[in-house]
Design a protein around this ligand. Structure first.
Ligand code: TXA
Ligand code: MG
Length: 319
């Protein structure tokens, strides 16, 4: 039985025994283990069925811990950290020798972030080691934004989900690397591109990649996918008229419901608020995926701010 509980002491006990615990963050739930325990890290890869070439993000409670973890902290990385931590920003920095290769898939860089969730910050402070935590979903599936999603995925395979309520942001962290000392976006996420540029100026985006071992494997073309066939469209009405015979789930940003008997509509934000839409996008995909529909049709979001991040995820869900 998986326990779903907010008992931080229990989580500390399990993690100290080199086992894994699912933890809440403001973005999505993560599957966490001691970064220095080979047993715990192996277990993360095993439970997630994640390929070993895909490195893990290290979660900290304070930037002071970076001294043990990275050997360089470029000026622009520091500006971003000062502005967005704790928060949904992952920085890819040159790693120190003490970070096991298992975490970084042999790379000389490591992903780090300070999550902004009170329960997980308290947990991190109570532990003598940082936590590696990929999103708590099986490889290629939709990330979990509720404890229940994690339980449904892993059942008895993990001992505990640390309860932290619904994830407020609902999309993974934005990842920024510094391959030549200058910032590059590796993954769109919960911090809009425009907000990052507001701090460090215009930057390069390497979010899209079709290669097998991309710089950040979250960039793999197919990812974040429901089991139900899912498509992303610009012309919703036109597409609906082509699928009259099917049971359809529709995801719309705002506006009104589709009044057609074969259609189940979810409006992400009646007030057309991108942050609200982002916070329930994954939950909506989880929900629609349970309805045994023939197809899920998502309407493309406005291509700005968090709309860009959501379109990115929907594109990967529909490959
Ligand atoms: O919001 C988040 O970032 C969540 C929560 C749990 O913190 N975590 C998350 O982890 O999304 P994961 O493992 O699902 O995605 C991490 C991404 C992967 O695409 C991985 O390739 C990239 O971060 N990454 C990690 N370390 C890296 C490194 N050294 N170089 C390049 N990419 C890296
Ligand atoms: Mg993930």
């Amino acid at each position: 039985m998986t326990i779903i509980s907010s008992d931080i002491h229990k989580a500390v006990e399990i993690l100290s025994n080199e086992d894994v615990v699912a933890i809440p963050t403001e973005t999505v739930y993560g599957l966490a283990g001691n970064i220095y325990s080979e047993t715990a890290i192996n277990r993360i890869f095993e439970v997630k069925q994640r390929p070993l070439f895909n490195p893990l993000i290290v979660h900290l409670h304070s930037a002071e811990q970076l001294d043990d973890i990275v050997i360089e902290f470029p000026q622009k990385a520091k500006l971003l950290a000062d502005h967005f931590w704790p928060g949904p920003l992952t920085l890819i920095l040159k790693k120190s020798d003490s970070i096991p290769d298992q975490i970084t898939a042999g790379k000389d860089t490591v992903g780090v972030r300070i999550p902004n969730h009170p329960v997980t910050l308290e947990l991190l402070k109570a532990l003598p080691f940082p936590l590696a935590a990929p999103s708590a979903n099986p490889f290629n599936r939709i990330s979990p934004t509720q404890a229940k999603h994690v339980e449904d995925y892993f059942q008895d395979q993990i001992k505990m989900v640390l309860e932290g309520g619904d994830c407020q942001r609902g999309l993974e962290s934005t990842i920024v690397g510094f391959p030549n000392g200058e910032p590059v976006i590796y993954r769109y996420g919960s911090i809009p591109l425009e907000d990052i540029e507001g701090i460090v100026g215009t930057l390069q985006v390497k979010n899209k990649s079709e290669t097998a071992t991309p710089d950040a494997p979250g960039m793999l073309a197919k990812h974040y996918a429901p089991m139900t066939k899912t498509i992303l469209v610009d012309d919703l009405q036109g597409t609906l008229s082509q699928y009259k015979e099917l049971r359809i789930g529709v995801i719309k940003f705002s506006g009104s419901e589709i009044t057609q008997d074969n259609v189940h509509t979810v409006i992400l934000s009646p007030n057309a608020d991108l942050a609200e839409a982002a916070s329930i996008l994954y939950h909506t995909l989880h929900q629609l995926d349970r309805l045994n529909l023939d197809i899920i049709i998502a309407e493309r979001l406005p291509d700005q701010g968090l709309g860009k991040s959501m379109n990115d995820r929907l594109e990967r869900a529909t490959k």
